[in-house]
Design a protein around this ligand. Structure first.
Ligand SMILES: [Zn+2]
Length: 401
């Protein structure tokens, strides 16, 4: 039997449900929240709350939905810190750097891959991420992609097949043969293990025709579609995402007005990954233009060993506000309900009755502190499925009674 959990004394509660409180984020002040059987059952003033067995006193702190990180690459082995260091000294990033992680991943044992993925999921949880997507894409053989997806499925339900990450070196002379492998035997073995099919549509990776073929094959197997699009330059990725009915176009750093219109018309979520731009010292995506156009925006860490080795959504929120032109509230919505939309999830990203009781208690009076105090770990407590999943030893003043 699951016991009911009461979180009371919440100074500022972000529900993401405008019917429950003020503004688009549905902010409720002086609130309490009750969870039972893993779900939110009550949001409102303490004197109307149903009885509970366990209590967390928030002491006036801010509570918000657990972050939904809709784009990570956590199944890999190896370290690319030297590449990062060199890049910071002026060498530009090219998509081929992925092949160095491919070599380490192929050489890694299953246990090693599982350890890395589990460690990073735990690291993300400690920073408030309660739902995340993760991908294959560093195996690039049938066997290595399949085992990567098995590792991914051990840490999340949101598993993405990314056999089309880059053309591996052994196929560099014949990329067509690799596309045939991805859409043939590899997809056959991998589709049953995945929910999504993704493709890196970029110069140096897959062109529009190749990406279209791969996405069509994935859709034929019943997979939802996502596209790495327009990260390194203008190109066909975002329009292809719209054309193929993809749920999300990710990165979208270089977009023209037609690309934005295509995303809007096809209801494709634009997933910003500003930590990749930070870590590659690249131009940032124009989140302001996307939000002003009315495109749904999500915010993801893009965690991967090459171009964005961070699991921190708070850091990503600070970057999106500082560099992508989003307001604090837009960035927070993008990292919670926006991420949920990018994964077609209606059970997470919102704290209203019936939703999963996944929430973060910040050691701060206001959500604004997420962007206002960059680099400071403000996460005091993380509740997932109605249970305390993380309690910061440094910020344990949020008392459990
Ligand atoms: Zn990625």
């Amino acid at each position: 039997m699951s016991l009911a959990l009461l979180v009371d004394g919440i100074g500022e509660l972000v529900t993401n449900d405008p019917s429950l409180g003020e503004g688009p984020l549905g902010i409720v002040t002086k609130a309490c929240l009750v969870a039972e059987n893993g779900r939110v059952v009550f949001v409102g003033p303490a004197d109307r709350a149903p009885p509970a067995d366990k209590r967390i006193a928030a002491h006036g702190r801010c509570v918000l939905p657990g972050f939904v990180d809709s784009h990570t690459h956590l199944v890999f082995a190896g370290d690319r810190s030297e590449e990062f260091e060199a890049r910071m000294l002026g060498r530009p990033y090219s998509a081929g750097g992925i092949n160095s992680t491919v070599a380490s991943t192929r050489a890694g044992s299953n246990a090693e891959l599982s350890d890395v993925a589990a460690r990073l999921v735990d690291e993300a949880l400690r920073q408030g991420t309660t739902t995340l997507e993760t991908k294959s894409g560093y195996g690039l053989t049938v066997d290595d992609e399949e085992r990567s997806l098995r590792v991914a499925a051990d840490v999340t339900d949101e598993v993405t097949f990314l056999g089309a990450h880059v053309v591996p070196t052994e196929y560099s002379g014949d990329p067509g043969a690799y596309v045939a492998l991805v859409t043939g035997e590899m997809l056959e073995r991998c589709a049953p293990l995945a929910k999504w099919c993704d493709v890196y549509c970029e110069e140096g990776a897959f062109d529009a025709d190749e990406a279209r073929e791969i996405l069509a094959a994935g859709a034929d197997k019943g997979l939802g579609l996502r596209v790495h699009a327009n990260q390194l330059g203008y190109g066909p990725g975002a329009r292809l995402a719209a054309e193929t009915g993809a749920t999300s176009a990710d990165h979208v750093t270089y977009l023209d007005n037609k690309d934005i219109a295509a995303l809007l018309d096809a209801n494709v979520v634009a997933t910003l990954i500003p930590a990749a731009e930070f870590s590659t010292r690249s131009r940032y995506a124009d989140g302001r233009a996307l939000a002003d156009a009315g495109v749904s925006v999500a915010l993801a860490s893009g965690c991967n060993p090459g171009t964005s080795y961070t699991t921190s959504i708070p850091f990503t929120i600070a970057l999106a506000v500082r560099e992508c032109g989003l307001s604090v509230d837009e960035a927070i919505a993008a990292a919670t309900s926006g991420g949920a939309r990018a994964l077609l999830r209606d059970d997470v990203g919102t704290l209203s009755p019936g939703k999963r009781a996944d929430l973060v208690i910040l050691d701060a009076p206001s959500r604004v502190h997420l962007a206002y105090r960059p680099g400071v770990d403000l996460v005091a407590t993380v509740v997932r499925g109605g249970e305390v999943a993380f309690q910061s030893p440094a910020r344990k003043d949020a008392g459990r009674g």
